[in-house]
Write a protein that binds this ligand. Structure first.
Ligand code: SIN
Length: 487
């Protein structure tokens, strides 16, 4: 972990109740760019997770009793510290996750933007007064923090996925326990160090790092002191976690898998569509839930789009995320690269045409070349599975209704994109696509002000925006009786 200016950001123990908690068992955190062990960190067991839940529960009363302004001031300090340490945090993130340094620093700014956003939005948790059905009553609605929130977060955005959940929870007055992915715990622990420096009180923000996914998951989803559970990850794991939460009827919000269509209509600006597809497909080497998964191109512009897109993909530079100019870093593990390769191979066997890539890059087994397949059909494995890698399957279609039908033919409903310059079509298609987020002539849709979340088996709840705060609030109705009626 050299070249980290502030070495105190490199933590190797879970952060619970304001303390760093060691254990004898260790987990090696490796650099996906070269397999080197970065550090060995303490492996927390379920009892430690339980301590974190109890600490969060004890801290709840005083944190929720603070005024929204007081919580906002502390969150703002956390935001400022993240921005001040953006370079170190970005470097830590690249070392453990692999994404190019510029993208990693971008993720720190993106994560911090949620803290800034919710520091402000927490001041606007308004209630309501409703006209009562009889004159002797008054109806008031107040919003209160849900309570202790537990979270499990993924390795693809080790900072931003925690920030997006924790900022909303803390701003609402909840306390928080997160289990980050064991591949990328260092970003989470660095956030805890900065949370402590920002003055977030002990027990309000806790990080439990441990390899026992089912044991820790059980505590976080079943403990009676946890009021709400939130998860970002695959649909398969999400379904199991929802089932576990059912035993205590927890509030849940789930940000699960996606299979984003990217539709290019014949009235699109083709150059803009090529740029949009590049951004939405190859960000984080394709390891993003909202990444384009299938590119659908109308027959009339298929050739023109493919020529330009293939040329642009060919120019993408693969390498170690810390090397200057790298645009595509390693994938998180060798297995992740193998899984992507298998989808490519299976689809070629079914008639897809490999026009670019389709194999490991020279840098090593974790690196997969940016790949383009044409002649793809919607039923091929590369189109009906979430790829989570740098592969673009291109499907040709004839008309608008076919495009919509193909796009919606998936159990997922997270993000979708389309390019068109026809205003009528823009509204028609946007309203017909069964996805929670639609990029219209835009490939980069994520930001703190917008509601991030999916339909169908992509999950429920929203993160970011004013809607993101509602997920951490209970609505309470007060019925005031015995009031004077107007005479
Ligand atoms: C994700 O992949 O789950 C998050 C991507 C984003 O926030 O844009």
């Amino acid at each position: 972990m050299q070249n980290i200016t502030d070495q105190a950001l490199v933590k190797t123990e879970s952060y619970i109740d304001g303390h760093w908690v060691a254990s004898t068992a260790k987990i090696a955190v490796c650099n996906p760019a070269n397999g080197e062990v970065l550090v060995n960190i303490s492996d927390a067991n379920p009892e430690i997770a339980e301590q974190a839940v109890v600490a969060a529960s004890k801290a709840l009363a005083s944190w929720s009793a603070k005024s929204a302004q007081q919580r906002s001031d502390i969150l703002r300090k956390w935001f400022e510290l993240m921005i001040q340490h953006q370079d170190d945090l970005g470097r830590i993130l690249t070392l453990e996750q692999g994404k190019p340094l510029a993208e990693a620093k971008g993720e720190i700014a993106y994560g911090a933007s949620f803290i800034e956003w919710f520091a402000e939005e927490g001041k606007r948790v308004y209630g309501d007064v409703i006209p009562a059905p009889s004159g002797d009553k008054r109806i008031l609605v107040i919003k209160q923090p849900v309570g202790v929130v537990a979270a499990i977060t993924p390795w693809n955005f080790p900072n931003a996925m925690i920030a997006r959940k924790a900022a909303a929870a803390l701003a609402a007055g909840c306390t928080f326990v997160v289990r980050p992915a064991t591949q990328t715990p260092l970003s989470a622990l660095a956030m805890a160090e900065l949370a402590s420096r920002a003055g977030i009180p002990a027990g309000v923000f806790n990080v439990v790092v441990g390899e026992d996914a089912s044991g820790l998951g059980k505590v976080l989803t079943e403990h009676p002191l946890v009021a709400k559970f939130t998860f970002t990850g695959s649909t398969g794991v999400g379904k199991k976690l929802i089932a576990q939460c059912a035993s205590t009827v927890k509030k849940v919000s789930m940000e699960l898998g996606g299979n984003a269509p990217f539709i290019v209509f014949d009235d699109a600006d083709i150059d803009a569509a090529v740029q949009g597809a590049l951004v939405s497909k190859y960000r984080n080497a394709g390891q993003t839930c909202v990444c384009t998964n299938r590119i659908l191109v109308q027959r009339k512009v298929h050739k023109a789009f493919c020529e330009k897109f293939i040329a642009a993909v060919q120019d993408l530079k693969v390498g170690d995320g810390l090397s200057s100019g790298t645009q595509i870093g390693p994938m998180i593990t060798t297995k992740a690269a193998s899984d992507v390769h298998e989808l490519v191979q299976q689809s070629i066997a079914l008639g897809a045409e490999l026009v670019l890539g389709g194999r490991r890059a020279e840098q090593g087994d974790n690196y997969y070349l940016p790949t383009v397949l044409t002649n793809v059909t919607n039923d091929m494995p590369i189109a009906n599975n979430e790829i989570f890698g740098p592969v673009s399957p291109i499907i040709c279609f004839d008309d608008e209704s076919e495009a919509i039908e193909l796009a919606n033919a998936t159990e997922y409903g997270l993000a979708g994109y389309f390019y068109s310059r026809n205003i009528g079509r823009i509204f028609r298609v946007a309203e017909s696509l069964d996805f929670g987020m639609i990029g219209v002539n835009e490939g980069a849709i994520s930001n703190a002000a917008a509601p991030f979340g999916g339909m169908k088996q992509s999950g429920n709840g929203r993160e970011g925006s004013r809607y993101g705060l509602d997920d951490y609030l209970e609505i309470k109705y007060l019925c005031l009786g015995g009031m004077e009626s107007h005479s």
